[in-house]
Write a protein that binds this ligand. Structure first.
Ligand code: SF4
Ligand code: SF4
Length: 362
């Protein structure tokens, strides 16, 4: 069997560059948004700074509701249009190239991976192997993220009418969801900090703890990935059963025992493809015509699809929301009054009591 390590250069360096770029972009957005929120505290519209729309990428529930609202009415809701397009871009990326958002673009996935790499170094020294939770515990734990996803899907798609959706999306709670998120972290409670610290420590010893067990976003993308035409396939005639592919898989998929990877846990990270020492044995192929897709093309597809869809949002004027600086000042001033509405009536009452009906006319 011909062993050819130089068949195709490893893609991991490029994946790291893309992940870092995206993480830096998110940090930049975070800094701009912090300055924006601080400027609202001045209560002077002339001093209010630019609000980066990209922050809406961190509002997945609101974006899911916006998407459903769009499906029902054909309208893109004015509150978080960038969130709508970012969410749509992530769904389409997953449809085209599997759960690749998690391992190529998501800043939480990137952080989780770095913590996991760090943990793996420690474990290698201590017990000389990776920790994999036994299947009997792993399977029930993995179902947690689906339960969370199921709850959101049920509450939005099966309970909410168009009117209820509109009321929620119009509600001041939704309009300031990004600012509330900022204060959640800026004034983090001891309880939340403890939960984050526990997740951090667990992620050191159990790779991708958050992504594997708790992230409902990842659960949704994992389900969509089953529809993706791109799949990693192993040529059993060429495979020498060295097991290197399984050894490097961060999702503990037994790549060396499968012909075509169909797993909701596969994040298209291509670590396995990079690790395979035999030329043309483990490859990304299209489901229909069984044609090899070079790793670089996969990377380009992931980034391009994301850029094109968010670019459509920008070019069609659905990026910046239409909430004025003056309105933001009023909303910010009353932010503590806006708790999470739990029913349509509560949403309507909140909308009326907030005294910012002008926003609801948009
Ligand atoms: S199967 Fe391959 S591409 Fe999928 S997660 Fe594992 S290493 Fe990454
Ligand atoms: S890395 Fe996996 S696919 Fe490649 S030869 Fe080894 S066992 Fe086979």
């Amino acid at each position: 069997m011909k062993i050819n390590k130089n068949n195709e250069k490893p893609i991991q360096k490029y994946r790291f560059i893309i992940q870092s770029t995206f993480a830096l972009l998110c940090i930049w957005i975070g800094i701009e948004f912090t300055i924006f929120v601080k400027s609202l505290e001045s209560e002077n519209a002339n001093l209010v700074t630019y609000r980066p729309p990209g922050v809406e990428g961190f509002l997945p529930i609101s974006s899911l509701m916006s998407l459903y609202y769009f499906i029902l009415t054909g309208e893109i809701h004015y509150a978080h249009p960038a969130g709508f397009f970012i969410f749509l871009a992530i769904l389409v990326v997953s449809f085209v190239a599997g759960k690749s958002f998690c391992s190529w673009l998501c800043p939480i996935g990137f952080l989780s991976e770095m913590i996991g790499d760090f943990g793996e170094q420690i474990l290698k020294k201590l017990i000389k192997k990776r920790v994999k939770i036994p299947n009997i515990i792993d399977y029930p734990l993995r179902s947690l993220k689906y339960l969370l996803l199921g709850f959101f899907v049920y509450a939005i798609f099966f309970v909410m009418t168009v009117d209820a959706l509109k009321s929620f999306l119009d509600s001041p709670y939704n309009l300031v969801a990004d600012i509330k998120m900022y204060y959640f972290f800026a004034r983090i409670s001891k309880f939340s900090l403890t939960v984050i610290a526990i997740l951090f420590v667990l992620s050191i010893f159990i790779r991708n703890f958050w992504c594997r067990y708790l992230c409902p976003y990842g659960a949704l993308l994992g389900l969509i990935s089953f529809l993706s035409p791109l799949k990693i396939k192993r040529d059993t005639n060429k495979c020498i059963n060295c097991g290197l592919c399984s050894k490097v898989c961060p999702s503990f998929i037994k790549v060396d025992k499968i012909v075509t990877i169909r797993s909701d846990e596969c994040s298209t990270c291509l670590n396995c493809v990079d690790a395979c020492p035999v030329a043309n044995t483990l490859e990304v192929k299209t489901k229909i015509i069984d044609k090899k897709i070079p790793k670089k093309i996969v990377a380009i597809i992931i980034v391009l699809v994301y850029i094109i869809i968010t670019g459509i949002g920008i070019l069609t004027g659905h990026w910046q929301n239409t909430i004025s600086k003056e309105e933001y000042i009023i909303l910010h001033k009353n932010i503590d009054k806006f708790g999470h509405p739990t029913s349509t009536r509560a949403i309507d009452e909140l909308n009326k009591s907030s005294n910012i009906g002008v926003l609801n006319e948009k």
